[in-house]
Design a binder for this molecule. Structure first.
Ligand code: DC
Length: 220
């Protein structure tokens, strides 16, 4: 499943994975974890990213997922960083980090390894185009900028952050732009992906839509 940021892909993907007993893999969390690492090490400054230092330390960055009470969390070198990687600071830095070629190469290799055994729902930006071009089912999810910003705003508010709607909207638009215009694996719908615009759908409607497509693909 690929698509724009904050369009609810991960909620849909997680729900379907639970219903059909597949493993859900959130590839955005992996880029977020690398971003957090780079921030903590001081590799992201006002003048840009210290790519050389990041390249040197990349082999030391270990990303994995843990599970507790049916919830998945992201681990960075053994530490649960789930909360931190969802904050505004990481969100503001993740697009340039995920545009770096050697970062993408390492993440794509790890994602292919994680999906090797099959029965996986992976969500991201380049899953259908680059990571698994032969996936049995490809979905491209989108929704209007304003609706996506509102969803992200609500999510941040619920987590106790104090977001400003205009800033969240700006961040959504900036990430769309960088994600779609980067040189390596830009966000793009795979030719054989099915598009879902969920701007005006309820959770139930989108889950039913996805289940229908899953069942059809499984039959085929
Ligand atoms: O899905 P998300 O918002 O958590 O993703 C965070 C960022 O990571 C997003 O700005 C784009 C990038 N990303 C990517 O380039 N490729 C992926 N497969 C997943 C995410």
């Amino acid at each position: 499943m690929d698509g724009h940021s904050s369009c609810g892909k991960s909620t849909m993907a997680k729900t379907l994975a639970k219903k059909i007993g597949y493993t859900y893999i959130d590839t955005g969390a992996m880029y977020r974890a690398v971003t957090l690492y780079a921030m903590r090490r001081g590799f992201i400054g006002k003048d840009g990213i210290d790519e050389e230092s990041l390249r040197k330390e990349l082999p030391q960055i270990k990303i994995s997922f843990g599970h507790e009470n049916g919830m998945q969390y992201t681990m960075l070198n053994g530490e649960n960083v789930e909360r931190e990687i969802r904050g505004m600071e990481v969100s503001g830095n993740v697009s340039p980090i995920s545009a770096i070629g050697f970062v993408r190469e390492a993440m794509v290799a790890l994602q292919r390894e994680m999906g090797k055994q099959g029965a996986v729902i992976m969500d991201g930006r380049d899953i259908g185009t680059t990571v698994f071009p032969n996936a049995e089912l490809k979905i491209f999810v989108t929704a209007s900028d304003e609706i996506r910003a509102r969803r992200r705003f609500d999510e941040l508010s619920m987590k106790g952050e104090n977001p400003v709607y205009e800033e969240v909207l700006k961040n959504v638009r900036e990430r769309d732009y960088i994600d779609s215009h980067r040189a390596v694996s830009p966000l793009r719908k795979a030719d054989d992906a099915i598009v879902l615009d969920n701007s005006n759908l309820t959770f139930q409607e989108q889950d039913e839509w996805l289940m229908e497509h899953y069942l059809k693909a499984a039959r085929e």
